[in-house]
Design a protein around this ligand. Structure first.
Ligand code: SF4
Ligand code: SF4
Ligand code: SF4
Length: 261
């Protein structure tokens, strides 16, 4: 089965198997009004099946160190058996799907599979609309300044002036990591005061309209999650009003096995 077929199978499986979902009238919007806190952690791209991941991750932090977006964290003491292991908290910082997937390539233990360093293999999870009424687009509202400022405040690579003024100044010889994070903020800045479509416009999937699009709903718009969504969580981080959540995949391998039953 090719990766695209696997993804389609995963999408259908998750959308039906998780009970996600109401399908909003005619629009194809999948949402999860009763979605509880995720039990599984969102793992970095390339993670092997969760039970294998828990055995293989040696808590070395290599993936974290090479991530140019500071997306990866290591589980703290509250993480029980998985303390020290790598995960992504999309409410703090999503993954931005680096083309070369340095996190996977840096992993020395096989917890992140080097052979999956291509977007066609990435299946971290899937986004769902969990709080539809809060969506600014549904009510034709604009992106508040504070929503963009919040992303500045949790970005770790800025100068004191950039933090203070909430504006980036990209200079030629900056480190790649600094430049990438500033470019992200520069793109986000364009949405200040505009009608909110941040989730769709900032989706880092190479062909974002295959992963998310805005569709008409009740006089406004809502995000529609589509088959190609890989659950990177960027939309969750950037949404000003916490409309979206990620349901982590157990991994593409386990989803695939379940799909075959
Ligand atoms: S793909 Fe890039 S942004 Fe995402 S976790 Fe890996 S290194 Fe970080
Ligand atoms: S980012 Fe998307 S989901 Fe969040 S308020 Fe804006 S349009 Fe709605
Ligand atoms: S819709 Fe885009 S930004 Fe959101 S989780 Fe899916 S791929 Fe990532």
């Amino acid at each position: 089965m090719n990766p695209e077929d696997k993804k389609r199978r995963k999408f259908i499986k998750q959308m039906t198997g998780l009970g996600v979902l109401g399908l909003a009238s005619g629009a194809g919007i999948y949402f999860a009004p009763e979605l509880k806190a995720n039990e599984l952690r969102l793992r970095p791209p390339g993670a092997v099946e969760e039970d294998q991941f828990l055995k293989l991750c040696i808590k070395c932090g290599q993936c974290l160190q090479v991530c140019p977006y500071d997306a990866i964290e290591l589980e703290d003491i509250d993480g029980g058996a998985s303390v020290g292991m790598a995960y992504i908290n999309p409410e703090k910082r999503g993954c931005y799907l680096c083309e070369a997937f340095p996190c996977m390539l840096a992993c020395p233990s096989g917890a992140l599979n080097h052979e999956h360093d291509n977007i066609k293999y990435v299946e971290m999870g899937i986004a769902v609309v969990s709080n539809m009424d809060a969506c600014l687009a549904l009510h034709n509202k604009k992106v508040p300044e504070s929503a963009v400022d919040k992303i500045y405040d949790h970005t770790k690579v800025l100068s004191p002036d950039e933090y203070k003024n909430h504006r980036v100044n990209i200079i030629g010889d900056e480190k790649e990591k600094t430049k990438l994070q500033k470019q992200l903020l520069e793109k986000l800045d364009k949405f200040r005061g505009k009608a909110c479509t941040i989730c769709a416009d900032m989706c880092p999937y190479p062909t974002p309209l295959d992963a998310i699009g805005m569709v008409k709903k009740d006089g406004g718009f809502l995000p529609e999650i589509r088959e190609a969504c890989v659950g990177c969580g960027a939309c969750v981080e950037l949404c000003p009003t916490s409309v979206l959540k990620i349901i982590p995949a157990e991994t593409y391998a386990s989803v695939y096995k379940k799909g075959k039953k």
